[in-house]
Design a protein around this ligand. Structure first.
Ligand code: ARG
Length: 459
């Protein structure tokens, strides 16, 4: 109990204890403790035989953790105290020397940075897999027309490949954001002590190299108060979850009888307890619904850090459950998205029928006028008149007679009918990044190159 005259109140203990959730930091805590002990011996702060006892003891602790045999004590407030307590039971005084020149403040910042780095690499790997699947599906559906939408109204037809690849680029930016988290976790906090540094001539770079950090945090006050890397991970995770939510939302809509564009595999759907005919795309619905939860984790940690004085405050303990939940959510969602996309089937006919609607060609007709010298804004008005006339007369655009055309838009001739032949307004989209097959092939090649070139930023 040291300076305290009475034991902790059970209510305070319940509020204060983090062991129920931070025990998942144990593998990182053990690894950094090993590196710290080796540095202490290397810097002649502890003896070689103490190091040997610590190494053997921590190996045993690791085995106990790995085999779920680690027994928690009532007094184990957090993972750091639990591991040190167990090590000391095993290794005696040598174990009690481990915490020399270290504080839980620099220790916890280091554990969390290590965890963020590991899971950023994990997210990069999961995203690479997902991007590969998108490339394969885009290749498979290269020239399948479908309606493209704005305001959820049919706007202009596109190829399914083009639409799927739109998600490729969103996930590619997510990958870059998770890669940035590797930079954000590259400076080792350990060695900062409680906040001011320690009373020993330690070798922080030695520890950094042992643990795979690129360098050391330059300022001990910053080192123990910095949780930017938690925000960076949560921000990347929230944006990534938002992208999966958009994809999930589209799959939900496309799976409806009204659209009938796609069908998820049975193993990603569920039935109704009441209606035997139902097949519900629950996986896609849950992808749609998970995003605000992850964004909420980000907002919560922003709230915890807001106005927080330097340096360590117990408030910082609140970052963990938010971070862990975001990690678990985003990793599960990425795995589900990959599997679901790999096994989804699209209905070529349904999409083609929906894309064959002629009204989306209105822009193309306007552009035909523009190519003949009419200013675009005027052409927009002329074609708007054509569309209104067609709607009023219950006709498709191509069903307007030559006489009607001469009356409504004398600038147009037989090329108008040619343009309305199905498909013409997909292949006319020739600009860079557009939907014509040659342009989609270009971005496919680029996308394929990127997934083949992706290598984790660190071993
Ligand atoms: N469990 C604490 C946390 O997660 C560890 C650091 C405690 N440091 C302290 N000075 N009480 O933030």
């Amino acid at each position: 109990m040291g300076r305290f005259s009475e034991p902790q109140d059970p209510l305070f203990r319940a509020l204060n204890s983090s062991i129920s959730f931070d025990f998942r930091l144990a593998p990182y805590d053990i690894e950094q403790s090993l590196a710290h002990a080796r540095m202490l011996a290397h810097s002649n702060i502890i003896h070689a035989n103490d190091l040997a006892a610590i190494e053997a003891g921590l190996a045993q602790v690791r085995d106990e953790v790995d085999s779920d045999a680690f027994e928690l004590h009532e007094d184990d407030e957090d993972v750091h105290m639990a591991i040190e307590r167990r090590l000391t039971e095993i290794a005696g005084d040598a174990g009690a020397r481990l915490h020399t020149a270290r504080s839980r403040n620099d220790q916890v910042a280091t554990d969390v940075a290590m965890l963020v780095r590991a899971h950023s690499l994990g997210a990069v790997e999961l995203l690479t897999g997902l991007m590969r699947i998108l490339v394969e599906q885009a290749e498979r559906h290269l020239d399948w027309p479908m309606p493209g939408y704005t305001h959820m109204q049919r706007a202009q037809p596109v190829y399914l490949s083009h639409h799927l690849l739109a998600y490729f680029w969103k996930f590619r930016r997510d990958l870059q954001r998770f890669n940035f988290c590797l930079t954000a976790t590259d400076d080792l906090p350990l060695g900062a002590g409680a906040l001011a540094g320690v009373n020993f001539d330690t070798d922080r770079m030695f520890v950094a190299q042992e643990l795979g950090f690129g360098g050391i945090a330059e300022n001990s006050i910053d080192a123990v108060s910095n949780r930017d890397f938690v925000l960076d991970y949560l921000s990347a995770a929230a944006t990534c979850a938002t992208h999966m939510s958009q994809l999930g939302g589209e799959i939900v809509v496309w799976s409806s009888d009204e659209f009938g564009f796609c069908e998820v595999a049975d193993r990603f759907a569920s039935g109704s307890s009441l209606m035997p005919q139902k097949k519900n795309p629950d996986a896609a619905e849950l992808l749609r619904a998970k995003a605000p939860r992850v964004a909420g984790r980000l907002a919560t940690v922003h709230g915890v850090l807001h106005g927080l004085p330097l340096t360590y405050n117990k408030d910082l303990q609140e970052d963990k459950e938010q971070l862990f939940d975001a990690i678990d959510t985003v990793e599960l969602c990425l795995a589900v998205t990959s599997e679901m996309l790999q096994t989804i089937t699209f209905d070529r006919e349904r999409m083609a029928v929906a894309a064959a609607d002629e009204f989306p060609a209105a822009t193309d007709i306007a552009d035909l006028l523009v190519k003949r010298g009419t200013p675009f804004r005027k052409a927009h008005g002329v074609v708007g008149g054509l569309v209104r006339a067609a709607v009023e007369r219950g006709k498709a655009l191509s069903e307007l007679t030559e006489d009607e055309l001469a009356e409504l838009a004398p600038e147009l001739d037989s090329e108008y009918y040619e343009l309305l032949r199905e498909g013409a307004w997909l292949e006319s989209k020739v600009s860079e990044g557009a939907t014509s097959v040659p342009r989609v092939r270009e971005q496919l090649a680029q996308a394929r190159h990127l997934v083949e070139a992706v290598e984790p930023a660190r071993p």
